[in-house]
Design a protein around this ligand. Structure first.
Ligand code: NI
Length: 135
């Protein structure tokens, strides 16, 4: 019997959506206000979902204290109050859209979990816009 446990986290970050190999005009046409050269910020809401069997000894799918610590070390410490384009190496040549961020976060978290556990990422960029990625 598989059960999903989820943990919410929050971070603020700035980004700019643009391609270095496109002109200013082309970037503006595709990315609109998000191409603003002076950057802009979002209040990101992250939900990390872990699906697995209930451990008969503990009654847990996984210890939520450990999940909380992994999310803090791997996501909040790396992204909170950061300029994603300038300060997070993964986005040096990757546009920091919510889609790409969800994949980067998944790849940071995945190695920390037992292979019997399935990982899914939900990332809200605004209260109405969110992306999901499960590998
Ligand atoms: Ni944006």
């Amino acid at each position: 019997m598989k059960v999903t446990v989820s943990r919410k986290a929050h971070f603020n970050a700035a980004h700019r959506l643009y391609r270095k190999d496109w002109s200013e005009d082309q970037n503006k046409t595709v990315f609109g206000k998000c191409a603003n050269p002076y950057y802009h910020g979002h209040n990101y809401e992250l939900i990390v979902h872990i699906t697995g069997e209930i451990d008969p000894q503990t009654g847990y799918v996984m210890d939520m204290k450990i999940l909380k610590e992994i999310i803090k070390a791997e996501v909040e410490d790396k992204m909170d109050h950061k300029n994603l384009n300038e300060e997070v190496a993964e986005f040096e040549n990757l546009i920091p859209t919510a889609e790409n961020m969800a994949v980067v976060i998944y790849n940071w978290l995945k190695p920390h979990f037992d292979s019997a556990l399935a990982l899914k990422i939900t990332l809200y960029e605004t209260p109405r816009n969110y992306v999901t990625f499960s590998g």
